[in-house]
Every structure is written in structure tokens, then in C-alpha cells.
Design a binder for this molecule. Structure first.
Ligand code: AMP
Ligand code: MG
Length: 340
């Protein structure tokens, strides 16, 4: 059984940083979620940091958003199979996405958009009255294969191999944006800060002198709004963490609830996992891996980590209310919450 702790008083958000030691904190809405910066530097200009981060997030939206008319991604999706010139930033994020898609046997896909829409997710999409039939699901699953993307360097052009293949970078773009903010903060001399974009976190330095990082909470996916947590671990200087959860966005079709993470190999919403938390060296890796390992589940996910990302650690909560920690998560100073 999952242990739950009424930890609301000390740990408020997924960031769960020990707020009594944080000098300054700023939160604001962006990308349909909440962005936050916490800073342990007494001299930090929080307004300037918020503006710096917000500018980067807005640039990210203009490139990668599937929810914005005129974004670079929208233009690619409108280009059919003609191919289109893309920015270096887009090329980089597509390359990283292809890496996770290829290594995971298609559990992660940057071309998941048609499947998302089929199940009622995405901009202006509405859930169908009944689950889609097997034939339609199979047809659209074929559009999600990463081989349908061809990126040409150094020409910097991107071509969709079939007219019904469409990009969606929602499983990775937030982490990429957090890395950009983290790099900018580092470059302007910020030493102790935590960057959070909707549960994608990366830290600089530590929350207080001698702490060794930022103690971070993992939210209980069975009561995401309550503030209950499963436990805490120490996010070391420079590290990132992300959580993918089935509670974040879902639709109800014929009385059954379906979550927004799709298994592109079957074309159906992934089942069996409630949430997956991944610690990695960059926010883009944590974001991509939390989505990938959510789909793969703990068995195949552990194997993936051993083979492709041995430095990363993962924690799954399954639909049968079990917590499964990857080999090296325990070693991350994991402190389970006390039973209420
Ligand atoms: P995250 O919360 O990072 O796991 O991202 C979830 C979002 O990623 C969804 O809302 C979709 O936009 C997109 N997505 C869903 N399934 C996949 C998948 N299998 N691979 C890549 N992106 C996905
Ligand atoms: Mg993700």
C-alpha cells in the first residue's frame, strides 16, 4: 500500500522545496500550466528572473506549441509532405525526440498528434462518443512512427513522410524550455535556484548552505490536488526531475476514463501506470523519459534505463497502487512519507 502523509504544511507543490529556507519565490501562469522560480540567493532580483524565464517560455511557445496558430510546429504540420525550413532549435528538439523514439521502440513519439486527436485530446479536439474502432486505431498508429520524420542537415529542412503524420512535442518541450532557463540563469551568475515548469524541475546549487541540493517531493497520483506526497529525495546541484501523470489530463469516453499519454505502438492510451517520476542530468531528458517510461511501465522501463540511461532514476506508481523504484532511485536518499 502507498503510504500517505498529510504534508501540506511543509511541502506545497511538486517542487516541494523546503520553503522555509527559500528566500524568494515567484509563480505565474504560462503554457497552460504554472511556472515557478525559487531562489536561495538573498540578493536575487526575482522580477528580473521571472521576466528572463518568461521570455524563454514565450519563445518556446512560438516554436513548439501545438496549441498556437502560427507556431513553427503548426507551420510544419501544415506543410504536408513538401518539407519546410526549420530553426536550429526545432531541429535539435526533433533530433532528441527521435533518439527517445528510436531507443524505446516507439514508446515515445514526436508524431503522436493524430492519435491524441483520435482519442479527443489536443487543441479544439473533442472526445468521441465511443472508443475508436481497431482499424482506425491501427491506421493512425502507423502515422506515429519516427521514420515518418526526415530531418535534413545541414540544409535544416524537415519533411513529414506522409500527409497524415503530424508533430506534437508536448511530451518533451517543457523540459527543453526549463534547460534553456537553467542555462541562462547559470550564465548570468545565479547560484542557488530551482526552476519549475508544470512539474519539470531543474536546480542550481542548493536550497540552503550545506544541504547538498534541493529536497524535492513526489506527489501522490491518487490525490494530486490534496498536497499528499509519496516521499522526498535530494535533487543534487544541476539535476532535473519530471513527473508524467495520468491525472494531469484525461477524457471520458462511454463512461471510461482515458489519460493523455498514448502508447504509439498500439495507438491506445497507455494503461497500468498512474505516474512516473524520472531524475536525470537535464530537464529535457527527465521530461522525455518520464513520458517514455510511463508508456513502457516498470518492467520494460527498468530494462530501458539499464541499457540507455543508467545515470537516470525512476519511480513508478502503478494502477494497483504499488510503488516501484528503479535500482538506483533508492540510493537517491529517498525518504518515504509516514503513514497518516
Ligand atoms: P508529459 O506530461 O511530459 O508526459 O507529456 C504528455 C504529453 O505528451 C501529452 O499531453 C501529449 O502532448 C504528448 N504525448 C502523449 N503520449 C506521448 C508519447 N507516447 N510520446 C511522446 N509524447 C506523447
Ligand atoms: Mg514528458
Amino acid at each position: 500500500m502507498i503510504k500517505r502523509l498529510a504534508a501540506v504544511a511543509i511541502l506545497v507543490s511538486i517542487a516541494g522545496c523546503e520553503r522555509h529556507s527559500v528566500t524568494a519565490h515567484s509563480r505565474w501562469p504560462v503554457m497552460g500550466t504554472v511556472a515557478a522560480v525559487s531562489c536561495a540567493d538573498p540578493t536575487a532580483d526575482m522580477e528580473q528572473l521571472r521576466q528572463t524565464a518568461d521570455e524563454i517560455y514565450r519563445d518556446s511557445i512560438s516554436r513548439f506549441s501545438a496549441w498556437t496558430d502560427g507556431s513553427e510546429l503548426a507551420k510544419i504540420n501544415a506543410s504536408g509532405t513538401n518539407g519546410v525550413a526549420v530553426s536550429e532549435e526545432m531541429a535539435k528538439l526533433v533530433e532528441i525526440s527521435i533518439h527517445y523514439s528510436r531507443t524505446s521502440g516507439g514508446a515515445f513519439s514526436p508524431l503522436v498528434s493524430p492519435l491524441l486527436r483520435l482519442w479527443g485530446f489536443g487543441w479544439k479536439a473533442t472526445p468521441p462518443d465511443a472508443p475508436p474502432d481497431d482499424e482506425t486505431v491501427r491506421k493512425l498508429a502507423a502515422t506515429a512512427r519516427w521514420e515518418n520524420l526526415s530531418l535534413n542537415r545541414p540544409a535544416l529542412t524537415l519533411r513529414l513522410a506522409r500527409p497524415d503524420a503530424k508533430l506534437d512535442l508536448g511530451g518533451i518541450a517543457k523540459g527543453y524550455a526549463v534547460d534553456k532557463v537553467w542555462e541562462r540563469f547559470r550564465d548570468i551568475g545565479v547560484t542557488n535556484a530551482l526552476v519549475d515548469l508544470g512539474g519539470n524541475l531543474r536546480c542550481l546549487g542548493e536550497a540552503a548552505p550545506g544541504r547538498g541540493g534541493w529536497r524535492t517531493a513526489v506527489r501522490d497520483p491518487l490525490s494530486p490536488a490534496s498536497g499528499y506526497i509519496l516521499g522526498t529525495f535530494l535533487l543534487r546541484p544541476g539535476e532535473a526531475v519530471a513527473t508524467s501523470g495520468n491525472y494531469e489530463r484525461f477524457v471520458t469516453i462511454a463512461g471510461k476514463r482515458y489519460a493523455h499519454i498514448i502508447d504509439p505502438r498500439t495507438g491506445r492510451p497507455a494503461e497500468g501506470v498512474l505516474s512516473c517520476t524520472v531524475i536525470a542530468n537535464t530537464a529535457v531528458a527527465a521530461d522525455a523519459l518520464s513520458t517514455t517510461l510511463f508508456v513502457l511501465g516498470p518492467n520494460d522501463g527498468n530494462e530501458y534505463l539499464r541499457k540507455h540511461a543508467p545515470d537516470c532514476a525512476a519511480l513508478w506508481v502503478t494502477e494497483s497502487d504499488e510503488q516501484i523504484l528503479s535500482d538506483n532511485f533508492q540510493a537517491r536518499n529517498w525518504q518515504p512519507a509516514q503513514v497518516r
